[in-house]
Ligand binder design. Structure first.
Ligand SMILES: *Cc1c(COP(=O)(O)O)cnc(C)c1O
Ligand code: SF4
Length: 376
């Protein structure tokens, strides 16, 4: 994989005085189709731009735009951020609520699907609107930022459900909240005695790493164990700025993990995935957690791969790279039935307690199980 191709001039000049000013970075990105027009788009992209940006929100900070190789119409970073004509083509079984979040939402801004953990949506705004996002329709529908009042019913629900141990802030992107709002929310959650863990699902370390300030990290630190789950999809997203952001997170004693989406033309080859998973660990200290199969989101057919392809890629990684670099390949079932690990399975045959397993080099091996005495 050659990541050293020369880049054309970025669409937006770097005019900030302070490179760490994340608000300026966001301002100098793009938000509207008129602004995105300044980027050197292809004729096809230009034609799709206005209708696609009208259908689904569009935004990218300067940091992320600068990662695009404008000479390559198929650039994997570009595919994730620039609207494509295919976004407006909906396949028959694609749906607005691809994983059934609404079916498990007892109060606004909360999804409770599993016994011990809930999703809480403190904002529906993001620094970057990813073209493949499975929640892009709810980002459109709700389109609300943070407000204490909007979150009160969800916080009351969490306090009343003593079986809960973990709250996952997602959205939207929770790191779009101001530091004082993060601190307030963390304070409200840590006052609920049955909670143990605060998790954030965020793309900010990828798209706007400058936002991961010492203040933002400090705002999250308290009684609860904190896990930050980032969302890097391609090795070229792992920049020095992202590495700084991740170091600040780890130095605060938080767990750091990554989930990514398997996408055609972005990361659906073994070399790219290998580099991504290794650099997540070696450069960022982030454990690859999930590799998601594409959800039934509308208008993302151009990103889809088959499950067979995903399983084949996972098989090429197993054994060849460190176990620390291996994510679990998962599918989120439609209708809210949850995530299931897709494999691959290494069980080739089974006869009672005589198993046959495949190994990572393609060999096969019989294995006679020795049972505990009471089952023999
Ligand atoms: C994905 C998801 C979670 C988190 O699942 P983990 O397997 O713990 O990462 C929790 N709630 C909902 C509704 C989810 O979709
Ligand atoms: S940052 Fe996350 S929630 Fe926001 S558009 Fe991207 S994938 Fe969706």
């Amino acid at each position: 994989m050659d990541h050293s191709a020369p880049k054309a001039t970025p669409p937006v000049a770097d005019a900030t005085e302070n490179p760490d000013d994340w608000r300026a970075n966001l301002r100098e990105g793009i938000r509207t189709s008129a602004e995105i027009d300044r980027a050197p788009l292809t004729a096809e992209e230009l034609e799709a731009l206005a209708p696609a940006a009208k259908a689904f929100k569009t935004r990218a900070p300067r940091h992320y735009l600068n990662l695009v190789d404008w000479n390559d119409p198929e650039d994997p970073i570009r595919r994730q951020v620039i609207p494509a004509p295919q976004e407006l083509e909906f396949a028959e079984d694609e749906r607005e609520d691809p994983i059934g979040d609404a079916a498990y939402s007892p109060v606004p801004r909360l999804t409770h699907r599993y016994p011990d953990r809930v999703l809480l949506y403190p904002t529906y705004h993001c620094s970057l609107y990813c073209r493949f996002c499975f929640r892009k329709e709810s980002l459109n529908d709700v389109d609300q930022g943070y407000s204490q009042r909007a979150l009160d019913p969800a916080l009351d629900y969490i306090a009343a459900h003593t079986e809960l141990r973990e709250v996952i802030l997602t959205g939207g992107d929770p790191l779009m909240l101001r530091d004082d709002h993060l601190e307030y929310l963390r304070g409200r959650l840590e006052a609920i005695p049955h909670l143990r863990l605060l998790r954030l699902h965020t793309r900010v370390p990828v798209a706007l790493p400058q936002r991961v300030t010492a203040g933002a990290v400090e705002a999250l630190r308290g009684r609860l164990m904190v896990a930050i789950v980032t969302h890097f999809n391609h090795p070229r997203e792992i920049t020095p700025e992202a590495a700084d952001a991740c170091r600040r997170i780890r130095e605060s004693g938080f767990m750091l993990l990554n989930q990514c989406v398997l996408m055609r033309g972005v990361n659906d080859d073994a070399a790219t995935l290998r580099e991504l998973f290794q650099e997540l660990v070696y450069t960022l200290g982030a454990k690859p957690y999930y590799l998601h199969h594409c959800d039934l989101t509308r208008g993302i057919r151009h990103f889809r791969t088959s499950i067979d392809k995903g399983l084949e890629l996972m098989e090429q990684l197993r054994g060849n790279i460190s176990g620390l670099c291996q994510p679990t390949y998962v599918l989120d079932l439609p209708g809210g039935h949850g995530k299931i690990p897709l494999g691959p399975s290494y069980v080739r045959a089974r006869d009672e307690h005589r198993w046959t397993f495949g190994d990572y080099q393609g060999g096969e091996h019989g294995y006679d199980e020795i049972l505990p005495e009471e089952d023999a």
